[in-house]
Design a binder for this molecule. Structure first.
Ligand code: AMP
Ligand code: ZN
Length: 472
């Protein structure tokens, strides 16, 4: 059914390239996730939402089970330590709190959870093994309790960001630590300060550098070469540059032949706020956590996708207002079109804007055009309503939009009633299970299913979410 080619802009090639995964049955995507010491701001949500569209598109093209998406949590970091010290708690208290908040906030933006969410602290063994391998190959060296990556050992260093080593030395001369052989060498392992968490290793007690965490988690969760590696623009240098260097050298053959680490590198542009950088010192940090209390998550998602993912995007109150209006308009048409059936499309032609490096602004204009066509068919009583509705819902579905009941969208608060109903059903199911009344438990499961609720049982109890019907 795929008549078009997906093209993606590859930062390394500095151009758009036709996307071809290594294995069409197992397409792999890794996106650098948050450092969990605080709530995510709306800028942090931009990569989440942009790569969610990519994830949904890949699932549509290759099949739901053929795409493996991993996004890590950086749960070892100076800022986490600082927060834990301030509150007088273990770092795990801080990271668990902000991981839970991150999940809730990104769910509210209708982002699907990745298949894998590795945490650095769970991969300490993999990290240490990778560092040991780099030392054994002479790609890294030990100095004063640190292990450093030897950039001079790797000819292609700087290829992703287009920097060369000499510029880097000139730029870094002032701050270079005396134990570094070269100014661009970076930390793989370092001693912990007295108040910081510490792990044992063959190179002494300490903790890993940030870059090696991602390299080790990519290897452990997906295995390189991966198809797509993504993150914000700020991560190109040094984070992704260093990830490539480490991973490629760790896997280099005896003749130093370097394997591919990621086939495509994708980076989202930055979000500004009223044309200024979003920063704490400017006091213009807008948290998703607060924003979702005020406006529907779907409208925030719309605003985030209103610009092309690679371009900078300026966040304003007006943008958010327009986004709510845009969704009002589309849901309004769907409300009028309730009785109209929906065609199942024969091909994926409507996905053309997304197939061109995720051109979401163009996709938005197509959504309006399909909605107008649908509206006109209702007004004029023509037969082409199902075709237009099929186009609208297919394109919107792959972008994660228009999945709510139009009445619920306009009612707004209706969701709360539904949530209360779900909670009651879950409690009843728990009681039924405790009484070994499995027939009743099964009945409740069917009821939840009818409400489009997916229940996930875990040791802490059951959690639930509404099923994503976009790709069913
Ligand atoms: P951090 O928690 O700072 O490591 O950031 C998590 C992700 O959000 C990374 O992919 C960053 O590149 C991205 N990010 C941070 N700030 C912004 C912003 N203002 N606009 C877009 N992306 C951002
Ligand atoms: Zn990373």
């Amino acid at each position: 059914m795929m008549s078009m080619t997906l093209t993606l802009h590859d930062t390394l090639a500095r151009d758009k390239r036709a996307f071809e995964p290594g294995d069409r049955k197992r397409v792999t995507l890794y996106v650098c996730g948050p450092t969990v010491y605080n709530y995510a701001h709306v800028g942090n949500a931009r990569p989440v939402v942009a790569f969610d569209v990519l994830y949904r598109l890949l699932r549509r093209l290759y099949g739901k089970d053929a795409v493996v998406y991993a996004r890590n949590f950086t749960d070892v970091d100076d800022k986490i330590n600082l927060k834990a010290t301030e509150e007088g708690v273990e770092i795990g208290v801080i990271t668990d709190r902000y991981i839970a908040a991150y999940h809730a906030d990104m769910d509210a933006l209708l982002a699907l959870r990745p298949n894998l969410e590795p945490r650095a602290t769970e991969h300490m063994g993999d990290i240490i093994t990778m560092i040991s391998g780099l030392l054994a190959k002479g790609a890294a060296y030990e100095a004063e309790g640190h292990v450093l990556f030897d950039t001079q050992n790797y000819d292609a260093y700087g290829q992703l960001s287009g920097r060369n080593l000499d510029d880097m030395i000139a730029g870094a001369r002032v701050e270079v630590a005396p134990y570094k052989r070269h100014g661009a060498d970076f930390v793989l392992w370092k001693p912990s300060k007295p108040s910081e968490p510490v792990w044992d290793s063959p190179f002494g007690p300490g903790r890993p550098g940030w870059h090696i965490e991602c390299s080790a988690m990519v290897e452990a969760t997906l295995g390189s070469p991966i198809d797509i590696h993504g993150g914000g623009h700020d991560l190109i240098f040094p984070h992704h540059e260093n990830e490539i260097a480490q991973s490629v050298c760790a896997k280099a053959g005896p003749g130093h032949e370097h394997p591919v680490y990621a086939r495509y590198w994708m980076h989202n542009g930055f979000l500004t706020m009223d044309a200024e950088k979003m920063s704490k010192s400017l006091g213009n940090v807008l948290l998703v956590h607060d924003l979702v209390q005020q406006v529907p998550g779907e409208a925030i998602r719309w605003a985030l996708l209103s610009g092309h993912y690679r371009a900078p995007l300026d966040w304003t109150a007006k943008l958010l207002e327009q986004s709510v209006k845009a969704l009002d308009r589309l849901y309004g048409v769907l409300q009028r079109a309730k009785a109209v059936n929906m065609d199942i499309l024969e091909d994926d032609e409507v996905l053309a804007p997304l197939m061109d490096d995720l051109n979401t602004p163009l996709a938005f204009s197509r959504l309006f055009a399909y909605a107008d066509d649908l509206d006109r068919s209702i007004r004029n009583g023509t037969e082409d309503g199902p075709e237009h509705k099929g186009k609208l819902m297919t394109l919107a579905g792959v972008m994660g939009f228009l999945q709510a009941d139009p009445d619920a969208w306009f009612k707004g608060g209706a969701d709360e009633d539904l949530s209360a109903q779900v909670e009651v059903l879950l409690q009843t199911r728990k009681a039924a299970r405790a009484n070994k009344d499995f027939a009743a438990a099964d009945r409740i499961r069917d009821e939840l299913n009818a409400l489009n609720v997916v229940v996930m049982d875990c040791p802490q109890g059951a959690t639930w979410r509404f099923r994503d019907t976009a790709n069913d």
